[in-house]
Design a protein around this ligand. Structure first.
Ligand code: FPP
Length: 247
């Protein structure tokens, strides 16, 4: 069991869940079986985060680029998502978990949109943990969407260029109201950001593990948190400044 300090937990953990396909290939199964197993890992990690007291968990479940995958795989992923939400909604309410979605929700099949909206509505009051699902998500699209919103406000005379601060811009993103991630985990060994939370990860600690997503479990999560806790987050300052020993 990894030793973690309950007083220094990351507030917000974001995860790039990668490696479902490779997991399936290794087991001579089809890619969809990898996603099915991936859903079990999703369930385990949500439970572990909730029990630990993590306040926000963002999962990269489907990128804008993922629409280019074979239709059969896209359909299976949408089906798994809908099934998951329908099965877990009651438990989310019981466990005080609020669902939030970032991304182009309007791109999703209408029945999936309906299930997402119903789940968000049913969990609206829950304030134990936010489960933030990135669906049809792309970081560049999110930034463009924010710029378009700001330009529209500018045209209506509602904002002046000098009023556009980092804080104001952040409030125009899909993640508005949610603090930036403290820890970003990527599974299956690739050192890439893949268009995820481009603006929000400016000072996020990155953790990459070779473990494939379907094998990622509570123990792996604790390992990632222990690694995060071993780091010194300086946010551009010197160590001395941080420790109140400025020379
Ligand atoms: C990446 O593996 C994974 C995805 C593109 C989908 C992630 C989705 C799930 C885990 C299931 C649905 C989610 C929820 C929230 C119920 P990959 O297929 O790119 O793997 P590969 O790189 O090994 O091919």
């Amino acid at each position: 069991m990894e030793d973690i300090d309950k007083e220094k937990l990351p507030h917000h953990i974001a995860i790039i869940m990668d490696g479902n396909g490779r997991w399936a290939k290794k087991k001579l199964l089809n890619r969809i079986s990898g996603h099915v197993k991936g859903v079990n890992a999703v369930r385990e990690v949500i439970t572990a985060c909730r029990e630990l007291g993590i306040k926000v968990l963002t999962l990269y479940a489907f990128s804008i680029e993922n629409w280019k995958r074979p239709a059969e795989e896209v359909d299976a992923l949408m089906g798994l998502l809908k099934e998951y939400l329908q099965k877990e909604c009651e438990e989310m309410v019981q466990n005080n978990i609020r669902l939030n979605v970032i991304g182009r929700i309007e791109d999703l099949p209408p029945d999936v949109q309906t299930t997402l909206r119903e789940t968000m509505e049913k969990t609206r009051q829950d304030d134990g943990m936010i489960l933030n699902l990135a669906l049809s998500y792309g970081g560049r699209s999110e930034i463009l969407h924010a710029v378009q919103g700001i330009l529209a406000d500018f045209q209506r005379g509602k904002v002046k260029p000098e009023e556009i601060t980092v804080q104001r811009f952040s409030q125009c993103l899909w993640t508005r109201g949610i603090p930036d991630p403290d820890l970003l985990i990527r599974t299956s060994g690739e050192f890439r950001i893949s268009n995820f939370l481009l603006w929000q990860i400016a000072y996020t600690e990155l953790y990459v593990t070779d473990t494939l997503w379907p094998d990622f479990d509570r123990q792996e999560l604790l390992k990632a948190i222990a690694d995060y806790q071993s780091r010194e987050r300086r946010f551009g300052l010197t160590s001395e400044q941080l420790n109140g020993r400025e020379e």
